[in-house]
Design a protein around this ligand. Structure first.
Ligand SMILES: Cc1cc2nc3c(=O)[nH]c(=O)nc-3n(C[C@H](O)[C@H](O)[C@H](O)COP(=O)(O)OP(=O)(O)OC[C@H]3O[C@@H](n4cnc5c(N)ncnc54)[C@H](O)[C@@H]3O)c2cc1C
Length: 632
């Protein structure tokens, strides 16, 4: 057992921005925290974030406003996010940036010393604060230092290289601790806690290798909570980032900042044009984002940009060399400016392709990037302000009492499509809110986990040890690496940028088959020390369960909204028509009718037949969904 005193303790799973902020708030409120991470906390995937973090500071004098940030976020997500939490997040964003500054984060500045801000997708104002093209790393350093201070004071204990395996629930079904595995000694152990915060990040590995996410973004911690009864919301909304560099092992993100700073996306107008890109004259280039979306151009929202790339490559056959790739061009920009603002991504591209984006346009294609869906979390609305009520114990509480979720593993802020640079914001903000909520929750608890019988913890640890023993002893004919590759290919081809119900049914059947095959593995590794194959085999099983949630949620939603696109149910904007035109008015009527049916949160619940799907109303009390997005 973990150290047990008379005081309530909290377990936080995940040491990215979400987990660190939650830890900070809980520990500062006086409750000791046990912080778990698959590896050193400071290496959490948040460090990979490149382009920036949104907050309305209007340092560019563009008359930007917090209200516009709220509107852009809600509309960008096609109204699917509950609105009070979004309102609260955007209102808090400027203060959060000031806090990061006071923590010592070295944001890029203008020559006058103001915080610099750049343009990002789906907006018209420069609202994105950044630190070159390594913003996530700088933010992480800032919060990590604060958590280290509390670690030094004995308020935080870190369990690095420990993997969360399951929750321990008491007789009332409340989370009262976790079972975790030491990834070096393979010890499986139960930890008592009075509340658990899950901040385990994204799940791009479900689409591996065509994902910008790291090998740790498996989503399995959330999957395990879901399989123990937590609701999973809006799983069908998975963002494909339009500009990822292609790679055999993985796809690497070329930040939206590249377009925000003036990068242009294009293909040769002539199919199969094999000339080197810089020898193709302007008139023979198709800057399709600028033509399709003149009002936003290259910084149109990600879902639209990805579908446009899909269209020019798959439907029009204009991909470079006839394949799945288009140009992202920075070569027309001032070299020193680009090197200064985007140095970190230029280095990545040079290193992995051997060409310099300052000399040659980059070749890119959409890749799985960000889960808008995640564990369902609650909120309490403030009746006076219409925002989320500060420090309510309901905020970020999952459907399992005592289990909270924050960061990319929750579903709360981005609706059907996340705007660029809103995720570092939501991860940090939600971590802070979840931490404050947990502190309130603990104050209302009757008794502590230290008083619960030892048998409760021993039983859950024994259940997890039995899974390990079974997998270690299994002499099947399947390998976890091959199963994972099959999973990624299946999801990329059948549950990707464009979807149809026949393929989704095929994916569902194939996933059920994969789930059965995951039980017939042969690890080929008997080591009882640092047995990565055992940990990986467990992860693949739980990724398949998550893939089933994504697929079934997608199958059930017969419409197009944000990142979820089924052409069969598309409601295209009438070309060249706007407000006041009868054709446009008819379109608006159909769009509103569709909202009556589908403007709902998808909730998946685990059961013996896999996920069952139902829906929940969305709170649209801040901005009535009266106008569709129109980036033309
Ligand atoms: C390449 C890239 C660039 C990006 N750039 C931007 C950007 O410029 N702006 C922006 O707003 N967003 C960006 N994003 C998105 C953003 O970085 C993430 O959504 C955000 O950082 C997630 O933070 P998090 O705290 O939820 O999770 P993470 O930072 O991913 O941390 C997850 C933590 O959970 C732990 N963990 C996971 N599973 C377990 C387990 N089973 N047991 C124990 N611990 C576990 C991990 O060890 C880790 O500590 C980018 C994403 C990518 C992939």
């Amino acid at each position: 057992m973990s150290p047990s005193s008379g005081k309530p303790r909290v377990v936080v799973v995940g040491g990215g921005l979400g987990g660190l902020w939650a830890t900070l708030r809980i520990a500062e409120a006086g409750f000791p925290v046990d912080l778990f991470s698959l590896f050193e906390v400071k290496r959490s995937h948040s460090v990979c974030a490149q382009g920036g973090i949104n907050a309305c500071l209007d340092t560019k004098g563009e008359h930007d406003s917090v209200w516009q940030h709220i509107v852009d976020t809600l509309k960008g997500g096609e109204y699917l996010a509950n609105q009070p939490p979004v309102k609260a997040m955007c209102e808090d964003a400027p203060g959060l940036i000031r806090t990061f500054e006071r923590m010592g984060v070295t944001f890029s500045r203008t020559p006058e010393g103001l915080l610099d801000q750049r343009l990002f997708g789906g907006v018209k104002n420069r609202r994105t604060c950044f630190a070159g093209a390594s913003t996530g790393q700088q933010l992480m350093h800032g919060v990590d230092q604060q958590v280290r201070r509390l670690e030094d004071l004995g308020q935080v204990s870190k369990y690095e290289w420990w993997e969360f395996l399951s929750l321990v629930k008491d007789a009332d079904g409340a989370a009262r601790g976790i079972v975790a595995m030491d990834l070096k000694s393979m010890e499986v152990r139960a930890f008592r806690a009075d509340a658990v915060v899950l901040a385990s990040g994204g799940m791009g590995q479900v689409y591996a290798p065509k994902t910008t996410c790291s090998t740790n973004s498996t989503g399995v911690a959330a999957s395990r909570c879901y399989q123990q009864g937590a609701w999973f919301a809006n799983a069908e909304f998975f963002q494909f980032h339009p500009t990822a560099m292609l790679g055999h092992d993985k796809n690497r993100l070329m930040s939206e900042a590249a377009r925000g700073e003036g990068g242009r996306v294009w293909v040769p107008r002539r199919p199969g044009d094999a000339r080197p890109p810089r020898s193709i004259p302007e008139a023979e280039r198709f800057y399709f984002l600028e033509e399709f979306f003149p009002a936003y151009g290259n910084t149109v929202a990600r879902d639209e940009a990805s579908r446009a790339i899909w269209r020019v490559t798959r439907d029009l056959g204009l991909g470079i060399g006839g394949g799945d790739r288009v140009y992202l061009d920075l070569t027309h920009l001032d070299r020193a400016f680009v090197a200064k603002r985007l140095g970190a991504i230029l280095d990545i591209y040079r290193k992995f392709s051997g060409t310099d984006p300052l000399d040659e346009p980059m070749q890119i294609f959409p890749a799985a990037h960000y889960a808008m869906g995640g564990l369902w979390v609650d909120f309490e609305k403030d009746a006076v302000t219409g925002s989320m009520k500060a420090v309510s114990p309901r905020n970020h509480a999952t459907s399992i009492p005592g289990l909270y979720a924050c960061g990319e593993c929750d579903y709360a802020y981005h609706g059907a499509n996340r705007l660029g640079a809103n995720s570092l914001l939501s991860a940090s903000y939600s971590g802070r809110v979840a931490g404050e909520a947990v502190a309130s929750y603990l104050k209302g608890l009757g008794g502590w986990a230290t008083q619960l019988p030892e048998g409760l913890y021993e039983a859950e640890a024994a259940r997890q040890q039995a899974i390990n023993r079974r997998l270690m002893g299994c002499q099947g004919d399947e390998g976890p690496y091959a199963l994972h590759r099959e999973l990624g290919e299946l999801m990329t081809t059948k549950v990707g940028v464009v979807r149809d119900n026949r393929e989704l049914d095929e994916a569902d059947a194939a996933l059920q088959d994969l789930a059965a095959r995951c039980e017939r593995v042969n690890l080929g590794e008997a080591s009882t020390w640092a047995n990565q194959t055992l940990a990986y085999a467990r992860q693949v099983r739980d990724m398949v369960q998550l893939a089933l949630v994504i697929t079934r949620s997608a199958r059930a939603r017969d419409e197009c909204r944000g990142a979820h696109h089924k052409p069969e149910f598309a409601l295209p904007l009438p070309a060249g028509k706007g407000l006041g035109d009868p054709e446009y008015d008819t379109y608006i009527r159909r769009w509103r009718d569709n909202n009556t049916r589908w403007l709902k949160t998808t909730i998946a619940e685990h059961g013996p037949e896999g996920p069952s799907i139902r829906y929940q109303e969305v709170d649209t009390s801040v901005l009535a969904p009266e106008q569709p997005r129109d980036y033309r």
